[in-house]
Design a protein around this ligand. Structure first.
Ligand code: ADP
Length: 568
């Protein structure tokens, strides 16, 4: 023995927990089993929160949304092979959405896996993760756990955030080393999200272009919400007087009721604007790739992004501004304040206001109808009015029609409160995001779910009840995918591919776990059920009976849904 060694020992299990805690990570979302059960037990024993799920995909989604809300990587812990693969779906989704998370999976013995000798849950997880993660690492030696965890954290949150895979072979967890040596091997990540200032000439170029604009528009994406530069973004919008459009998860960065919001005149401003300032929004499919009919006449873009290769991804960008959003926006703001930028032409803002008025009046007409059974509009009207009284509530939203209608009808008032299908436009994020948001914020969550979307994560109702989370799940039940009216043209015994059990009572599912169920058929019942559920703070599910003929195939994505041309 030498003088730096003590009699005490530690092991891989303890070092993983110590390394996470050393970096202020206090929560793990996961699902236990070989070889990480003791890791979860130990995390809890050492004062971390361990939230155990029923399926790893939802644990991963919870971790991802926690990362988005906090700028700290959300942690998902899974077993090997199938558990890892289930978690990998969430890791890929996080990377696609630029959410920071770390998927930590136990794995089987390297020497057996590498020789493909047939181990328990044998799988080359590190290589499987690589194409779907921002970075992937394996730690083989207990004394490398400190540096390995530090590397994973920095990779997840620096630059463009994303998902990181961390592979922990079973033998690593049981490795014993000297405790003092272990303590000294821990690494605290210094400045994990460093500011990245834009180059002054890029700022100048952007300001010059902006000054020349006749019909400027600011487009806020979820990168802008993630950046937590809320005050500067609001100041940029308000001091410049430029109309803005929020992407769905950027809703609430400024309240949706803001007079400069052009949401209700979306197609008009996209087609008409001449200079568009993209703030943390990619010109992907959600923005029609920045071209075509949606974008109308000639356009010049100023694009703020942390990732230089995002520039010119779909169309030419006249003024790229590379850096963190906070620094870029405050640089623009400073330039606007000192550079004699006038407010936009009243002809431009006036014609937007006119379009908005017209569209809002039309929408109000639709919202005020009271068909029986309820349709999407009448049910959402009730939800909108209840949520207006609680701007602090988190909203999760997925489905086809349920997503499309709720996105435009439900107003958001605070940043980072809306979590939805995101960059992939997927279903299955519902209960995972709801749990992640409830655990992270300690505030209520209302999950507005299509019946089909809910099905992907419905078993997590048990998780919600087990942890007694203030989550209200509203299932828009129209008996099927898109609608409930399809019939099997052969007259055979199977129902049509899009149809579910008719008149299902999803509210009874949550009662099985001690939660509260409501079955609502009118807007008044919805108002009452939602008000009571939020006030109770208890796990609740509201089965909202919606006309099965309401809704359109693929919602607003009809153009992405190829249909057969063959007719007999
Ligand atoms: P939306 O779907 O709302 O349009 P996207 O996910 O397409 O938003 O775009 C988010 C963009 O924001 C990504 O290109 C990402 O690189 C960028 N981004 C994320 N965080 C930051 C940040 N802190 N600073 C600058 N850009 C960021």
């Amino acid at each position: 023995t030498n003088s730096t060694q003590s009699a005490e020992t530690t092991d891989g299990f303890h070092l993983v927990i110590d390394a996470l805690k050393h970096n202020d990570i206090d929560t793990i979302f996961g699902l236990v089993g070989i070889p990480i059960t003791d890791l979860a037990r130990l995390a809890q024993a050492e004062g971390m929160r361990f939230i155990g799920f029923r399926h790893e995909q939802h644990a991963g989604n919870a971790a991802a949304i926690a990362g988005y809300m906090t700028q700290k990587p959300g942690i998902c812990l899974t077993v090997s092979a199938p558990g890892f693969l289930n978690g990998l779906t969430a890791l890929a989704n996080a990377t696609t959405n630029c959410f920071p998370m770390i998927l930590i999976s136990g794995s089987s013995e390297r020497e057996i896996v590498d020789l493909q000798q047939g181990d328990y849950e044998e799988m080359d997880q590190l290589n499987a993760a690589k194409p779907y993660a921002k970075a992937s690492y394996r730690i083989n030696k207990a004394e490398d756990i400190g540096i390995g965890v530090a590397r994973a954290i920095r990779a997840a949150v620096s630059g463009r955030p994303g998902g990181v895979y961390l592979d922990l072979p079973a033998q690593l967890l049981a490795q014993v080393i000297d405790a003092d040596h272990g303590r000294k091997s821990l690494v605290k990540v210094v400045d994990p999200v460093p500011r990245q200032l834009p180059a002054p000439d890029s700022v100048q170029r952007a300001l010059t272009l902006l000054k020349s604009a006749k019909k400027p528009l600011i487009l806020l994406g979820k990168g802008a919400a993630y950046a937590q530069a809320d005050a500067d973004i609001r100041a940029l919008v308000e001091e410049s007087g430029i109309p803005y459009l929020p992407m769905s998860m950027a809703k609430g960065l400024l309240p949706d009721t803001h007079e400069q919001s052009a949401s209700a005149a979306r197609s008009y401003v996209l087609a008409e604007a001449d200079v568009v300032v993209l703030v943390g929004a990619r010109l992907n499919w959600l923005l029609a790739h920045g071209k075509g009919k949606t974008w109308g006449g000639p356009k010049q873009f100023i694009q703020i992004d942390i990732s230089p290769t995002e520039i010119d991804s779909n169309v030419a960008i006249a003024a790229p501004l590379i850096g963190d959003i906070g620094s870029c926006v405050s640089a623009l703001l400073e330039g606007i304040r000192s550079g004699g930028h006038g407010k936009p032409d009243p002809a431009w803002t006036g014609s937007i206001a006119e379009r908005k008025d017209k569209n809002l009046t039309k929408m109000a007409g639709m919202l005020n109808q009271n068909p029986s059974p309820m349709n999407f509009h009448s049910a959402l009207r009730s939800i909108r009015d209840v949520l207006k009284t609680r701007p602090d509530i988190n909203v999760v939203n997925e489905g086809a029609n349920t997503l499309d209608f709720a996105r435009s009808i439900i107003d958001m008032y605070e940043p980072r409160k809306r979590f939805d299908s995101g960059t992939w436009g997927i279903m299955g994020i519902g209960m995972g995001y709801a749990i992640g948001a409830a655990v992270t914020s300690g505030l209520p969550v209302v999950a507005i779910e299509g019946d089909s979307a809910f099905g992907f994560s419905g078993m997590e109702l048990e998780t919600i009840c087990r942890y007694n989370l203030p989550v209200v799940t509203i299932v828009f039940n129209n008996n099927g995918v898109y609608r409930g009216t399809d019939v099997n043209p052969t007259g055979g015994p199977d129902v049509a591919p899009t149809v579910f059990v008719k008149n299902a009572r999803y509210d009874k599912m949550i009662e099985a776990f001690g939660g509260i169920g409501y079955n609502v058929t009118t807007p008044e019942e919805m108002t009452k059920a939602l008000t009571e559920s939020i006030a109770s703070g208890k796990p609740t599910l509201i089965n909202a009976v919606i006309d099965e003929t309401a809704g359109t195939e693929s919602g607003r994505l009809t153009n992405l849904n190829p249909s057969t041309a063959g007719k007999k």
